[in-house]
Write a protein that binds this ligand. Structure first.
Ligand code: DMJ
Length: 641
């Protein structure tokens, strides 16, 4: 699978534009289920009738019809002299014979009574209307779900909650900045209210069709992805009624015991990350419980010969598999390499080392492998433990793996030196082989494909500006200034990719080829789907430099989104950023609420809101607190809490 536009993911990869109407396999499945049930019911009534008839017939006629009479099987007492079929095998006489006759009669009566009862029940059922039968099926289903929920309610051990600093506030002093921040909050309200009105409980919203939307990354169920993804943004913006509304939906409806195949990576970063952040910010236990329930359902994905997880897992059966388009059945670096932060928190909160062990196993395996030119290829086969194609990218398929190495170190209060070393080594190789300057002086990150550098940079790779800035402090040989500068250069390039379009919004990917600089060439790369990476980089650069240009660029992007993506039913992506009349793709991505609007809001807040020395943002912008693990071990040895 080489055409990025066809990749069925939205993570740090490129989802297809949404062009067709949504399908609702869940509804179709429910209908089919009811119909099947009714057919089965009729069939079972028919069988019951036959059995019933059998018992109402006189004994003699039964024997004629069935050679293997019940006597042969159940009642081993028949005298051979009276015509038994197995003479001499079971001959019982005297008082025993009498006892056995009675026993036979008792059994006969019981069977007759049971069948009469079943017949009556079936007749009653058949008298019911389709709706009544459907309601009964629903009640049965609810009962099962309720039972499963009760079973799943395992108490979690109390753990010391990390020091939570700066979970609200952030009011800027400057009046103009305050107004801009208010505007971003209003945009969030617009996105949320419309989702609430037209897409509630669905994964995402189609703001023009005004109905729910989903993609295969979320499986076939309505898991309320937008609700879970948006919670922490609502919280920090002080939208508490909306937050409580979301919480209530999660309490009443979010259920992971569904026969649905989901993306392990997407569900981890959006759901587990979102739930954990909501838990830390609000202190509401329900979020932690749900995060753990979901994590348990993801664990079977690690049952591969190498321990490198499958890309997808069925939440009910636990069966895993990889994307059909991935090179040689491989798992994807950015997917199996973007579990660390959430899984470490899960072990911390549950006291169960299983999550920590899974991600540490991945790290150890990667450490042992050869890396061509020191670069990590994007594809790794979970059966053989061998790399697939030698493609390396800091954009789609690779990106958040590097991000999580750095963030593992930050999240451990800078004690996870192994992670920091892996990050430093990887970044050195990336700088050497993938980062170039264009003729016009723009620094870009290309992609390595089988020994050759493709001079193309994806919107997704723009997050790296923020990553370089975040990793500057603590870098090798005191190169902090260098990395901060590198981050700023990437921010400038990505800003150019926005500025050189008609809508002032960035394309999905852009080229550096001869006279072409920071511009998309192929039609399939000209879309903007409300992605956050460029704004994310502006925000990190703003926090580290306080250079006003980042707020200015962020505001330009906010205005462009408002102008070209806002519709009366929410916000939509656009299909071509070079055309001055926007054509909408009719999808409001959940990451627009989780990330794009959160980073914009933070850009216009003061630095005391979610300060970076206390919080580390997962790749979906869900803030998780730094863990001071000095007296704690996550690996399950006796020192665990
Ligand atoms: C988000 O789901 C996350 O940022 C992920 O890491 C990459 N892609 C999307 C947004 O573009």
């Amino acid at each position: 699978m080489t055409t990025p536009a066809l990749l069925p993911l939205s993570g740090r990869r490129i989802p297809p534009l949404n062009l067709g109407p949504p399908s609702f396999p869940h509804h179709r499945a429910t209908l089919r289920l009811s119909e099947k049930f009714i057919l089965l019911l009729i069939l079972s009534a028919f069988i019951t009738l036959c059995f019933g008839a059998f018992f109402f017939l006189p004994d003699s006629s039964k024997h004629k019809r069935f050679d293997l009479g019940l006597e042969d099987v159940l009642i081993p007492h028949v005298d051979a002299s009276k015509g038994a079929k197995n003479p001499g095998v079971f001959l019982i006489h005297g008082p025993d014979e009498h006892r056995h006759r009675e026993e036979e009669e008792r059994l006969r009566n019981k069977i007759r009574a049971d069948h009469e009862k079943a017949l009556e029940e079936a007749k009653e059922k058949l008298k019911k209307s389709r709706e009544e039968i459907r309601a009964e099926i629903q009640t049965e289903k609810n009962k099962v779900v309720q039972e499963m929920k009760t079973k799943e309610k395992k108490p979690l051990p109390p753990v010391p909650i990390p020091n939570l600093i700066g979970i609200n506030g952030g009011d800027p002093e400057d009046n103009d900045i305050r107004k801009k921040r208010e505007k971003i909050k209003e945009m969030m309200k617009h996105a949320w209210d419309n989702y609430r009105m037209y897409g509630w409980g669905h994964n995402e919203l189609r703001p023009i069709a005004r109905k729910g939307h989903s993609t295969n990354i979320f499986g076939s169920s309505q898991m309320g992805a937008t609700i879970v993804d948006a919670l922490d943004t609502l919280y920090i913006m002080g939208l508490h009624d909306e937050f409580r509304d979301g919480q209530k939906w999660i309490e009443d409806n979010l259920d992971f015991s569904v026969n649905s195949e989901v993306s392990v990576f997407e569900v981890n970063i959006r759901f587990i990350g979102g739930l954990l952040a909501a838990y830390y910010l609000s202190g509401e236990e329900i979020f932690k419980v749900k995060a753990v329930q979901l994590a348990e359902k993801l664990l079977p994905a690690f049952n591969t010969p190498t321990g490198i997880p499958w890309a997808m897992v069925n939440l009910k059966s636990g069966v895993g598999r990889n994307w059909g388009w991935a090179s040689a059945g491989s798992s994807i670096l950015a997917e199996f390499g973007t579990l660390h932060m959430e899984f470490v928190h899960l072990s911390y909160l549950t006291g169960d080392p299983v999550y920590y062990k899974k991600v540490m196993h991945i790290r150890k395996l990667l450490q042992k492998m050869d890396r061509p030119n020191g670069l990590y290829p994007n594809y790794l086969n979970p059966r053989t433990g061998r790399w697939g194609q030698y493609h390396t990218s800091v954009g789609g398929l690779g990106d958040s793996f590097y991000e999580y190495l750095l963030k593992a170190w930050l999240m451990s209060d800078k004690t996870d030196h192994e992670a920091r070393k892996m990050y430093d080594d990887a970044i050195e190789a990336i700088e050497k082989h993938l980062i170039k300057k264009s003729r016009g002086g723009l620094t870009f990150i290309g992609e390595w494909k089988n020994g050759h550098l493709e001079k193309k940079m994806g919107h997704l790779a723009c997050f790296a500006g923020g990553m370089f800035a975040l990793g500057a402090d603590g870098s090798r040989m005191d190169k902090a200034g260098h990395y901060l500068e590198l981050g700023a250069e990437i921010a400038r390039t990505c800003h150019e990719s926005y500025d050189r379009t008609a809508l002032k919004l960035g394309p999905e990917s852009f080229k550096f080829d001869g006279a072409v600089e920071a511009v998309a060439v192929r039609q399939a790369e000209k879309y903007y789907i409300l992605r956050p990476e460029v704004i994310e980089t502006y925000w990190y650069l703003w926090r580290f430099t306080h250079d006003p240009r980042y707020r200015q660029w962020g505001w330009e992007a906010a205005l462009a989104i408002e102008k070209s993506c806002r519709v009366s039913g929410g916000f939509s992506g656009v299909k071509d950023v070079y055309s001055s009349t926007p054509t909408h793709d009719d999808v409001q991505q959940s990451f627009f609420l989780a990330e794009t609007l959160k980073y914009l809001y933070l850009l216009f807040s003061s630095d005391d809101l979610l300060p970076l020395d206390h919080w580390v943002f997962n790749t979906e912008a869900h803030p998780l607190p730094v863990l001071h693990l000095a007296n704690t071990t996550l690996s399950g040895n006796p020192a665990v809490r």
